[in-house]
Design a protein around this ligand. Sequence first.
Ligand code: OSB
Ligand code: MG
Length: 370
Amino acid sequence: MKIESITLYHISMPLIAPFETSFGRETDRQCVIIEIHSEGLVGYGECVATYDPGYNYETTGTSMHILRDFVSPLILGKDVKDAADFQEKITSIRGHHLAKAGVEMAIWDLLGKRAGKSLRDLFGGVRDKVEVGVSIGIQSSPAKMVETVADFVKQGYGRAKLKIKPGTDVEVAAAVRKEFPNLRLQVDANSAFTMDDAPGLKPLDKLNLLLIEQPLFEDDIWDHHKFQAEFETPICLDESIITPRHARYAIEMKACKIINIKAGRLGGLSQGVMVHDLCQQNNMPVWCGGMLETGIGRASNLALASLPNFILPGDVSASDRYYTQDITNERFVLNPDSTIDGPNGIGLGVTVNSDALKSFTLAQVKLDKI
Ligand code: OSB
Ligand code: MG
């Protein structure tokens, strides 16, 4: 597949409601959309880096730089056979997984379109709808959190994830649990705690949570092992798992019992599939994380989550949880059984609304000189 041109769109989309985590508050979501032209076909990908380096070190700014100056020159004008060939061509670039994954997604979209197959079929997915939940940002008080959860439960979400940080942790989870004794509930700290906080967090073990996500530093798999040893609730790693190797380290160190798979963090959908397979071989359940994606990234998450070992509900909520206007013509809706149907058209199965894309674009770069 000859890569003829690559266009990068640095976009900013207003969120319906601000999203607050332990590392910051977003009111508009920035990301980079990648459009690749090849042999009469157009493929789209989404780089999920955000404006600031809060989730990890990448930003929309660093992604534009890495994509324009390093990734594109390695593939422009070249024949890219598949995702493995793409990864092989970019091995000289260290890190920057979110940037790389955006391009890999566009390549998968092209591969699907060329083969007349959906991504789900290319991955070997086994389900055409995916069980989902909702990830809820930090609220101003436990009462406000209870109110927000109630609203999502009313909409049909059967699983909620609460963002926590020091000072906004046990009390808020306990308040939600009291109001919703049977709700599937989990918490996510985005690396905000240290081992010293473990005793204070111990009451979480009494709340029948599905999991506690990424309590400690992103580069500290070993301390997560110590943390897991003190908790009955399964620890789930997000930020710490940046390659299939890290998944193996976590499994071997017994640092967690569950892994959150985000193709972006891992450097590509192909790497997400690898972590899925490794976890499956080791009887470790996985679920699909989210990064407030547009319809493009959301479609790829649904395709990935159709694989058999995605056992727990994903952070892939309906489009109306995030955006009034999306950049895809298709919108994803929540079914009454807390699932979302996969887009099973060819490629990603979504089409881009170019007027919407244009209206959200802050900067655009077209690369076609070989
Ligand atoms: O840690 O899972 C996370 C959003 C941005 C950065 C990190 C995370 C999240 C979410 C949102 O939890 C999940 C979603 O897309 O709804
Ligand atoms: Mg997380």
